[in-house]
Write a new protein. Structure first.
Length: 415
C-alpha cells in the first residue's frame, strides 16, 4: 500500500466509492467566494454528478479514504476477507486532491466515505480532519458530504456535522434480521441512535441560528441514508415501510436505494444474481409518491402484489395503485381537489398545480391536459374533462394493456 502513488490510490478508491449512492448535494446553504474570500462554492456549473441548491448540476470528487476494513459484512466488496487491492489516502492527500481538482474546474465539492481502519474513532478522526482542513486551512466553501460511522464517538460525529454540508449514516439493509445475518458486527440500535443524535444536533443548530446569526451551522443539508436492495429477503413492501419510518423518526432528506451487485468470492448466504435494476427504480418512484404526492406507506404497499410483496416492474407504482383502486376514478379535472388530481397516473406535481391555476379562468379540455403530460394515453381513462368522459374506457375490465408502456425488444448488439 505504501508503494502506491496518489494516482494509483485515486483509481482504486474512486472505483471503490461507486457503491455509495447517496451523494446528491441538493438542499445545502448557498456559499460562494466571489467576494475574494475563501475558495470554492456550492453554486454554479462544475466526477460524481449531483445538484446544487438551485437545481443546477455540479460535480463532486467521490472517493473512499480507504477500502481497507476491519468489518466482514457479507455484501461488501471491501470486507475484511475480500481479495481486493487495498489503498489508503492520508487526510492531507484528500485535501490536496480536492483543492487541485477544484482549481482545474473538475469539481465543486467532495463526497468522502471510508472503510473502518484501526477503530471507528480513528477513522472518523481522519475524515473530520479532511473536512476541518478544507474549511479552516483552505477556506473551502464548496460542498462537503461525509459518510459518518455509527460506532464512532458522538463528539466526532458532531465535529463532522460542523464542517460538512450533509452527513449520512447507512442503515445498510431494510430489516434488522437481514442486518444481523449479513453484517453481524453492525448494530441496528447503534445506527439508529447515531441517526437520532444527528437529528437532534441539526434541530439544535437551527434553533441556535434563529437566535444568533453567529452560531455555527450543523449539517445544513441534513442527513441521508442508504439501503441495499436484493441482498436479503426483504420485499418491496418491507422496504417502503422501513423508508417511511426512517423519514418520520429521523427527519431524513433522502433515503437512497442501491441494488445489490454480486461481488467476487461472495459468501454462500448471498444471492447468486443481482435484482433487476428496474426494482431499484420502482422503489425511488414509490419514495417520490410518499414525499411529494401525499401517499401513505400502506397505500404504496397496496400497489404491490399481495402474494409476493413486490411492486410490478412493467408499470410504475402510481399506475399500479390506480388500476387496483378503479373506484377512485375518473376524477373531474375541473372540479377535483388537488389531492385527487395528484393520484391521476401521468400527472406530475407541476402539471397538477398548473391545472389548479388554469381552471380558475376557464374549463379545461383534454387537449389542455395533454399539453402538460408526456402520455395522454395514460391519463385519459382516469380523467373527466370538458367534452371528454371515458365511458368506454372506464367500463373495460382490463385497462392495463392500454395504459401500460409498450414492450420494447432489446437489440442483442445495440449500443
Amino acid at each position: 500500500m505504501a508503494q502506491l502513488d496518489v494516482q494509483a490510490k485515486l483509481a482504486i478508491l474512486a472505483d471503490a466509492a461507486k457503491y455509495d449512492a447517496s451523494c446528491a448535494s441538493s438542499g445545502t446553504a448557498k456559499r460562494h467566494s466571489r467576494d475574494g474570500k475563501g475558495l470554492g462554492s456550492t453554486e454554479g456549473m462544475g466526477i460524481c454528478h449531483a445538484y446544487a441548491p438551485d437545481g443546477r448540476c455540479i460535480s463532486l470528487l467521490k472517493i473512499l479514504l480507504t477500502n481497507s476494513c476491519i468489518f466482514d459484512c457479507h455484501y461488501c466488496i471491501n470486507r475484511k476477507s475480500s481479495n481486493v487491492r487495498r489503498a489508503r489516502f492520508t487526510a492531507k492527500e484528500v485535501v490536496d486532491l480536492t483543492i487541485s481538482f477544484y482549481r482545474r474546474n473538475y469539481i465543486e465539492g467532495l463526497f468522502l466515505s471510508s472503510g473502518i481502519i484501526r477503530s471507528p474513532n480513528y477513522t472518523m478522526e481522519q475524515m473530520v480532519e479532511v473536512a476541518r482542513s478544507l474549511r479552516e486551512d483552505h477556506l473551502f466553501r464548496g460542498y462537503i458530504h461525509l459518510k459518518t460511522i455509527p460506532d464512532a464517538d458522538p463528539e466526532l460525529v458532531h465535529q463532522a456535522g460542523l464542517h460538512a454540508d450533509r452527513v449520512s449514516i447507512n442503515v445498510e439493509l431494510p430489516t434488522v434480521g437481514g442486518l444481523k445475518r449479513l453484517a453481524p458486527e453492525k448494530s441496528a440500535a447503534r445506527i439508529e441512535k447515531a441517526m437520532a443524535d444527528t437529528k437532534s444536533a441539526i434541530a439544535d443548530g437551527r434553533d441556535a441560528r434563529a437566535k444568533y446569526k453567529s452560531a455555527p451551522r450543523f449539517a445544513p443539508a441534513g442527513q441521508s441514508t442508504q439501503m441495499i436492495v436484493g441482498a436479503d429477503a426483504a420485499t418491496d413492501g418491507d422496504i417502503v415501510t422501513r423508508a417511511s419510518t426512517l423519514y418520520d423518526r429521523f427527519g431524513l432528506r433522502r433515503v437512497y436505494y442501491s441494488a445489490f451487485s454480486p461481488i467476487p468470492d461472495a459468501s454462500a448466504v448471498l444471492p447468486l444474481s443481482r435484482p433487476p435494476l428496474m426494482r431499484e427504480h420502482r422503489l425511488y418512484q414509490s419514495d417520490w409518491l410518499m414525499r411529494f404526492y401525499d401517499y401513505q406507506p400502506h397505500e404504496v404497499v397496496a400497489a404491490a402484489d399481495p402474494a409476493t410483496g413486490m411492486l410490478p416492474l412493467d408499470i410504475d407504482p402510481k399506475l399500479a395503485w390506480a388500476l387496483k383502486f378503479r373506484g377512485r376514478f375518473p376524477v373531474d379535472v375541473n372540479r377535483a381537489p388537488r389531492e385527487d388530481l395528484l393520484r391521476v397516473p401521468g400527472l406530475g406535481v407541476k402539471a397538477v398545480d398548473a391545472i389548479v391555476r388554469s381552471r380558475r379562468w376557464r374549463r379545461l379540455r383534454l387537449d389542455d391536459v395533454a399539453r402538460l403530460t408526456a402520455s395522454i394515453a395514460k391519463v385519459r381513462p382516469f380523467l373527466v374533462a370538458e367534452g371528454w368522459r371515458p365511458v368506454a374506457l372506464a367500463d373495460r375490465g382490463d385497462l392495463r394493456p392500454i395504459v401500460a408502456p409498450p414492450t420494447r425488444q432489446l437489440e442483442l448488439f445495440g449500443a
